[in-house]
Design a protein around this ligand. Structure first.
Ligand SMILES: Cc1ncc(COP(=O)(O)O)c(C=O)c1O
Length: 403
């Protein structure tokens, strides 16, 4: 019988159980499903704030909404630029456009797809307002270097932690606390879920005030029925918050389990012919004629997915081999990096792209190569066992052994 790999679209691949059912029943029986008057979303904010050691946590309807709040907090003028990565979910980029700001795509580190701080530095100009980093697949982005750039140039640093619950930065601080605002997602495919949902974390009172107002129609509820600023309705419901609270209690176990099996896989692959440790240098020409596979750096990783990099461009071939062996693996992660998305070939707002008239994203060669041919991702799950690890390692060994 083939081994089943639990996935996040089925009960066996999630941690949803009696606690979430009880949480939902509690809210429904209370008669109050809206978080303006209920207690669940405010409790979730307190609990996430405590977990992240942040002065403020703000619950909202999705990870994309959380990113929109963070862009609003950075307060770009129309036409201001926000530097971000082309390897991410579109939820990172849509909020920039929603605020009539301009996404400027920096290139990434070919070893893990996270933003390359040197590429970011080269793109900072008079209209740059913010940097949005993504902790891709749960691997820590280079927040130390990006924060130094943000501080030097007076920019807001936003950390998109949708894939990076409990990812650790060097030194042990949680990803999301090294910049000015961190954002989290509770969408179905994340470490923990309430279907859809999001949160921002920040220590900055003014940024928190702007985000709270924008999430609730610019309405300061303490000031009566009066609207202080532009805002939408991005409120989380009590139903979402109650499930999210039950899930939050399970988060440390989810991340610990993912870390345990990911490290097992690294150990199982490390000694295979052609497999390089994350820190190992490739000797020029040594990869000629043999397939090289580079392992991910485990430090601080939260293993939303398990990525491998094949510098020779063999990721589609290995992905095909793994899929044929029943292993949930894909090459590239995206069909196109976001600087190459079809979106840029047509008007963005009705018949106009104002203020992005004539906008064409620049090339990002490292990102394009990763998506095209060098990046492979294996779906990861907290319910994987050593059997799943052995099956993956066996399939990679078999691929490497082929003539
Ligand atoms: C890196 C990243 N950013 C943003 C998002 C958007 O989050 P959501 O789907 O909750 O809106 C996601 C996931 O979907 C993501 O993976």
């Amino acid at each position: 019988m083939t081994l089943h790999f639990p996935n996040m679209a089925e009960p066996a691949g999630r941690t949803l159980g009696d606690e979430e059912v009880a949480a939902l029943e509690r809210v429904i029986r209370s008669g109050m499903l809206n978080s303006v008057w209920g207690t669940e979303a405010r409790s979730l904010e307190r609990e996430v704030g405590e977990l992240y050691g942040s002065r403020h946590a703000i619950a909202c309807s999705s990870g994309t909404a959380a990113l929109h709040l963070s862009v609003v907090a950075a307060a770009p003028d129309p036409g201001d630029e926000i530097i971000t990565t082309p390897i991410t979910d579109f939820g990172t980029v849509a909020p920039i456009l929603a605020q009539n700001a301009v996404p400027v795509f920096a290139d990434v580190d070919p070893s893990d797809g996270n933003l390359d701080p040197d590429s970011v530095a080269a793109l900072i100009g008079p209209r740059t307002r913010a940097i949005m980093a993504v902790h891709l697949f749960g691997a820590p982005a280079r927040i130390g270097a990006l924060r130094a750039l943000a501080d030097e140039h007076g920019l807001t640093l936003i950390e998109d932690c949708a894939q990076a619950w409990l990812t650790e930065l060097p030194g042990g601080a949680l990803a999301g606390t090294g910049g000015h605002v961190g954002t989290l997602s509770l969408q179905q495919w994340k470490h923990i879920t309430c279907g859809d949902g999001g949160l921002t974390v920040t220590d900055d009172d003014e940024l928190a005030r702007r985000m709270r107002l924008f999430a609730d129609k610019g309405w300061d509820r303490a000031a009566g029925r009066s609207h202080e600023s532009l805002g939408l309705n991005y409120r989380m419901t009590e139903l979402q918050a109650a499930v999210a609270r039950a899930q939050l209690a399970k988060l440390p176990g989810v991340v610990a389990a993912r870390r345990r099996t990911a490290v097992q896989l690294i150990e199982a692959l490390r000694d295979l012919d052609g497999v390089l440790d994350s820190g190992a240098h490739e000797v020029a020409g040594a990869g000629e004629g043999r397939r090289v596979i580079r392992l991910p750096r485990p430090d601080g990783h939260a293993w939303w997915l398990f990525p491998l990099v094949l510098p020779g461009g063999d990721a589609p071939e290995l992905a095909g081999h793994l899929s044929a062996a029943g292993i949930p693996a894909r090459s590239g992660y995206l069909q196109d990096p976001l600087n190459r998305a079809p979106l840029w070939r047509q008007p963005i707002y009705g018949t106009s792209s104002y203020p992005l008239d004539g906008y064409r994203p620049a090339a990002c060669p490292a990102a394009e190569r990763l998506v095209d041919s060098t990046l492979l991702v294996i779906d990861w799950n907290e319910h994987y066992t050593s059997e799943h690890v052995a099956a993956i390692a066996g399939a990679v060994r078999c691929y490497q052994a082929r003539p």
